[in-house]
Write a protein that binds this ligand. Structure first.
Ligand SMILES: Cc1cc2nc3c(=O)[nH]c(=O)nc-3n(C[C@H](O)[C@H](O)[C@H](O)COP(=O)(O)OP(=O)(O)OC[C@H]3O[C@@H](n4cnc5c(N)ncnc54)[C@H](O)[C@@H]3O)c2cc1C
Ligand SMILES: *[C@@H]1O[C@H](CO)[C@@H](O)[C@H](O)[C@H]1NC(C)=O
Ligand SMILES: *[C@@H]1O[C@H](CO)[C@@H](O)[C@H](O)[C@H]1NC(C)=O
Ligand SMILES: *[C@@H]1O[C@H](CO)[C@@H](O)[C@H](O)[C@H]1NC(C)=O
Ligand SMILES: *[C@@H]1O[C@H](CO)[C@@H](O)[C@H](O)[C@H]1NC(C)=O
Ligand SMILES: *[C@@H]1O[C@H](CO)[C@@H](O)[C@H](O)[C@H]1NC(C)=O
Ligand SMILES: *[C@@H]1O[C@H](CO)[C@@H](O)[C@H](O)[C@H]1NC(C)=O
Ligand SMILES: *[C@@H]1O[C@H](CO)[C@@H](O)[C@H](O)[C@H]1NC(C)=O
Ligand SMILES: *[C@@H]1O[C@H](CO)[C@@H](O)[C@H](O)[C@H]1NC(C)=O
Length: 544
């Protein structure tokens, strides 16, 4: 097997770095070219390869782990990079590599590295409840239809609430204080992995995307199995610019390598292309390929991309319907004694207590950022709105509840493109409807009242009243619905870009498997749902 990546590979991974000669692609014709090596791209590519198809996975970023060629390891363990260590995920935004990995050409935070968002995220792994699919997903995508895909995922990448090998939970001060507080309000304790459907007035130890005391996700739980197969190829630092079309067929994929050289990879006569570039980048690939509203395709042309002639444009509502979970920050002092992990000491090797525990596969460094996750819902004007609270210590005795509004939101926005080729928010997806604004106010009001009740001893910090908390709103980075799945064909005044086989309307051999196609937001953090959907989508694509 040819290995083009520098450094030693733990798995026999055939990786093209893009620094090698153009001709590496020439003597191959692929059954499947998958664009984007995030969670949905890796999972679907692995399924295609396991089915015996010849697969090329194209990823614009580098590999983030030693096995995928990275050599920026921890000082005290040369088989781990900082992103692998669960304990450092709490402070991940301050790592140099995090900043290197973030995309610079998307409308909100997205990661341009192998593993996509799952490589840079806080590892909160919420198994979706049945309702997330049963509510608004089309026929063929209800929970009974996707449950077996979820089981396949959970077998390989289950998540855990107890990652430390010694079976102990560490740093439980926050959990102690908040479980007493919420218990006092009548909420109950659940195991969010075992009881995914319990989402009203419940709290749990966090479910983290951790396995064998390392950040898990498809880079570790799917890619190595694909890499064992001769019919699977991965090219890193290879950015796809556009698809080359002949009317309703994709016949090539234009790529740009790290050195800036362009090349067109030919799609085999029977070949298929599967987009998995993420909800903020897949739309750009569509516009660059003459698929979407005329205005955006014109902008793509202005950005310098060789879009197809106008006669071949396919008018679909790409970017329309963008959704995300808004976040509100509730910060308060509990006067309890819990604090932060010594991130600097972990990085520079001086935190010998936590590091020696980790060498025994145990301790606080096996855990993620949060110490508790809660879920609840409110019935407002006959409509159910769900909320998630991800609770982490952010200072001595201080709790920050990252409060998400989740399933039940009615707002959507519009993603667009600018002339420099960046995706931009044309219309905000947040709190556009009176129902969503009322649901935000109702919940924050209730929480503030409970938190500031004299009996708690808690004191709000930074945002000290309801209106200040509402103004603290930030993006949830759980973007979806920019190439929505549905039965109402977008070419015929419908809202959908892909059909229920995830095939793009009007194109014979083009599919999308990433968060772009989700027609609705889940009840919790989204990565698990993204992985479930990719498992299910790959099966549909292979059987059609
Ligand atoms: C900072 C951050 C924190 C988050 N925290 C959490 C969390 O704690 N829990 C949770 O559940 N979710 C979290 N999320 C969301 C979650 O990570 C994403 O929803 C998920 O990764 C989306 O998967 P995807 O496959 O749709 O796309 P992405 O993960 O965006 O993957 C897309 C991939 O395609 C590649 N790509 C893009 N364009 C091209 C191109 N033109 N050519 C080649 N390759 C390309 C990218 O480099 C990337 O690897 C977070 C996201 C971010 C950004
Ligand atoms: C491609 O195939 C041709 C003919 O079989 C061979 O001469 C050439 O070296 C091959 N190129 C690569 C990069 O493998
Ligand atoms: C690490 O990898 C980079 C990129 O492949 C390479 O330039 C550098 O020489 C490597 N460093 C070491 C110490 O191997
Ligand atoms: C580095 O960490 C990994 C994962 O915990 C472990 O398997 C390995 O033994 C460690 N290596 C050293 C040298 O400590
Ligand atoms: C390592 O980090 C600690 C913080 O925990 C700091 O006090 C110390 O000076 C650092 N040591 C080195 C050698 O950088
Ligand atoms: C690690 O495990 C060994 C063997 O079980 C034990 O002797 C040692 O005390 C442990 N170290 C820590 C820091 O727990
Ligand atoms: C928290 O402790 C500080 C000093 O110990 C005290 O001044 C303050 O009143 C306490 N706050 C609450 C809410 O108990
Ligand atoms: C809420 O707090 C902000 C500052 O945090 C302050 O400017 C504002 O006046 C407060 N509003 C009310 C209603 O108290
Ligand atoms: C298109 O759909 C909208 C609502 O979805 C409807 O109001 C409009 O009449 C439709 N137009 C045509 C031409 O069908």
């Amino acid at each position: 097997m040819r290995i083009f990546q520098a450094g030693s590979l733990a798995v026999a991974l055939s990786v093209f770095t893009g620094a090698t000669s153009a001709s590496v692609f020439h003597n191959h014709t692929y059954d499947y070219i998958v664009v984007g090596g995030g969670p949905s791209g890796i999972i679907s590519a692995e399924k295609f390869a396991q089915a015996g198809k010849k697969v090329l996975l194209l990823e614009r970023g580098v590999g983030p782990t030693v096995a995928t060629g990275n050599n920026e390891t921890l000082l005290w363990n040369h088989s781990l990079t900082p992103i692998d260590l669960p304990g450092l995920s709490a402070n991940i935004g301050s790592l140099d590599v995090w900043n290197q990995y973030m995309c610079t050409d998307t409308a909100g935070n997205a990661a341009c590295v192998l593993g996509g968002g799952v490589t840079v995220n806080y590892m909160v792994f919420v198994h979706p409840p049945a309702r997330d699919f049963d509510d608004k997903w089309p026929k063929g995508w209800k929970w009974k239809d996707v449950e077996s895909a979820a089981d396949r995922l959970y077998k390989r990448n289950p998540g855990t609430t107890l990652p430390s090998a010694d079976g102990k939970r560490y740093d439980q001060g926050l959990y102690g204080v908040l479980s007493k507080f919420l218990g006092g309000l009548g909420w109950k304790s659940v195991d969010m992995i075992a009881e995914p459907n319990e989402k009203h007035q419940v709290y749990s130890h966090p479910s983290w995307n951790v396995q064998n005391q390392m950040r898990a996700g498809p880079v570790r739980t799917y890619l190595p199995d694909a890499a064992k197969l001769d019919n699977f190829h991965l090219a890193l630092r290879t950015k796809v610019i556009r698809l080359v079309r002949s009317d309703s067929k994709v016949i090539g994929v234009e790529i740009q390598t790290a050195s800036g050289r362009s090349e067109i990879i030919t799609v085999a006569p029977h070949g298929r292309v599967v987009l998995a570039a993420g909800a903020l980048s897949t739309p750009r690939l569509l516009w660059n390929s003459g698929i979407g509203a005329n205005a955006q395709i014109e902008t793509a042309k202005k950005s310098g991309v060789a879009v197809p002639p106008k006669a071949q444009w396919i008018n679909l509502p790409v970017g329309v319907g963008l959704k995300d979970h808004p976040i509100f920050s509730i910060i308060f002092n509990t006067n309890a004694s819990f604090g932060l992990v010594d991130y600097e000491g972990v990085l520079n090797g001086t935190d010998s207590r936590d590091i020696s525990l980790y060498r025994n596969h145990s301790g606080v460094l096996t855990q993620g950022k949060h110490r508790m996750i809660f879920f609840t819902s409110e019935e407002i004007d006959g409509h159910t709105q769900y909320y998630q609270g991800s609770c982490a210590p952010t200072d001595e005795g201080v709790v920050t509840i990252t409060t998400y509004m989740t399933h039940g939101l009615t707002s959507s926005g519009v993603l667009g493109l600018d002339a420099s080729g960046k995706t931009v928010i044309e219309k905000s997806p947040y709190l556009q409807t009176a129902a969503d604004r009322k649901a935000a106010r109702t919940f924050i009001h209730k929480m503030v009242k409970e938190i500031t009740a004299p009996s708690t001893g808690f004191e709000l910090e930074t945002y000290t009243n309801v209106s200040a908390i509402l103004k603290s709103q930030t993006p949830g980075t759980h973007y979806t619905s920019t190439a929505k799945m549905g039965t109402d064909d977008g070419r015929k005044n419908g809202t959908s870009v892909v059909d229920t086989n995830t095939k793009v309307y009007g194109v014979d051999n083009l599919f999308i498997v990433d968060a772009s196609i989700h027609p609705d937001l889940p009840t919790g953090n989204i990565q698990t749902a993204v992985m479930v959907v990719a498992e299910a989508a790959a099966a549909k694509i292979l059987s059609n």
